[in-house]
Design a protein around this ligand. Structure first.
Ligand SMILES: Cc1ncc(COP(=O)(O)O)c(C=O)c1O
Length: 397
């Protein structure tokens, strides 16, 4: 279908990313290659060619086949998987299907994604459940320490553990296998937020066997936006409903999730092509290559800035965090507005797109390595920050 692509800057021709710029933020919203956007448009053309015939006759089977292909890629049994619009919606559907009551606790960490935290606040306000936040801080020392801290927060009152697979704010890969195993032994359900995982790390969702696993295909699998999924263990399907109830109400999981009113399913229908594109770029070898460039980049940045990485190498995938020197922002507080101002300055002055995150009382650079990035992108970022540091030192001398 597509030409085999190399990695590095030559691979960037597959994407419509604007030049010149250093794009080190694939993680926020992904970026879909041109060829996959064309595949998506082909599906839209098929829909508009005869909308009634397509939606009533062609779509159900095509959607199921796309979901089955994704399930195979993720190591999930086909009946455990359904598409949703995005991770936020998938997690919303799950949280709003669980009958929490006053006194229930939901265990989360301080690395949780803000939109998920907000959903949890809403659910707690509606049901009387409470959040129990485990403070991991940053840097984290290792997977055993993280697992021990999360598991220690699980008590008889815990109704759910909601844990990131790969946290957005810290880029840390959480020890989800250990946490799921512990919780299963305690009879406590686990919801894994895998927004960043598909295409970044190897997955075997049936082996992990979390009660609920939600992930995006538009980030690291590069599918068009609007292609996420929920994987639900058989024991957790009873009472689970999508956010939009429609004709299939009562027919259970996964069918209810694929009938939610009229919508454009072309992003989900393009997922098999996205998987094929990912495999052509190397599949597991691409994931390993992106990880290698990311940890090398973290070491380079930490050394040149005189700071530290947010975690040991093995706890990073294709994203990493490195502490920003306080000299670059003090006396401003290490909070979101300061982070946003630094991020905007990098873009305005140098056309570098990279995330800056406030966490644990400091600011952190969060950078991402996709097929189209190379070490020189990190060097460009380091050069620019070192220049800023020199200027800051001179102005304080
Ligand atoms: C950890 C995590 N969870 C959830 C989300 C939400 O994903 P979406 O915006 O696709 O719903 C993100 C998005 O970046 C994320 O990083």
């Amino acid at each position: 279908m597509m030409q085999p692509a190399k990695t590095g800057h030559s691979a960037r021709a597959h994407w419509g990313l604007r030049a010149p710029m250093t794009f080190l933020n694939h993680g926020s919203y992904g970026a879909a290659p041109k060829v996959l956007l064309q595949k998506q448009r082909d599906w839209q053309d098929r829909l508009e060619d005869q909308p009634c015939l397509f939606i009533n006759t062609e779509l159900p089977g095509a959607l199921r086949r796309a979901a089955d292909t994704l399930a195979e890629f993720l190591g999930a049994s086909p009946d455990s998987l359904a598409f949703v619009e995005n991770t936020t919606g998938g997690i919303g559907a799950i949280l709003r299907s669980i009958p929490f009551v006053t006194g229930d606790e939901i265990v989360v960490t301080d690395h949780i994604y803000n939109a998920v935290r907000q959903t949890l606040h809403h659910v707690c306000a509606q049901t009387g459940a409470q959040l129990r936040v485990v403070t991991l801080g940053l840097p984290v020392s290792g997977p055993q320490e993280v697992a021990a801290q999360v598991c220690a927060a699980v008590t008889g009152a815990t109704r759910l553990v909601c844990i990131d697979h790969i946290a957005s704010a810290s880029a840390v890969i959480m020890p989800v296998a250990e946490i799921v195993a512990h919780c299963r032994a305690q009879g406590v359900p686990v919801l894994v937020d895998g927004a960043h995982a598909p295409g970044m790390v190897d997955l075997d969702l049936d082996a992990l066997d979390a009660d609920y696993y939600v992930g995006n295909c538009h980030k690291w699998l590069c599918a068009p936006k609007g292609s996420a999924f929920v994987r639900v263990a058989a024991r957790a399907r009873e009472g689970l409903h999508p956010l939009a109830i429609s004709h299939a109400y009562g027919s259970g999981f996964p069918d209810e999730f694929h009938m939610i009113g009229t919508r454009d399913w072309s992003p989900a229908l393009t997922v098999p092509d996205a998987i094929a594109f990912h495999q052509q770029l190397g599949g597991a070898a691409l994931r390993a290559r992106n990880h290698a460039v990311a940890v090398e980049g973290a070491a380079l940045l930490a050394e040149r800035l005189g700071t530290q990485a947010g975690a040991p190498d093995a706890m990073f995938g294709a994203m990493a965090t490195v502490e920003l020197p306080q000299m670059l922002y003090s006396p401003e507080p290490p909070e979101r507005p300061t982070a946003n101002a630094l991020k905007a300055r990098l873009w305005d002055a140098h056309r570098i797109e990279v995330h800056v995150m406030p966490l644990a009382g400091r600011l952190w650079l969060r950078f991402c390595i996709q097929a189209y990035n190379e070490r020189s992108d990190i060097e460009a970022l380091a050069d620019c920050l070192c220049q800023w540091l020199e200027t800051a030192k001179e102005s304080r001398a």
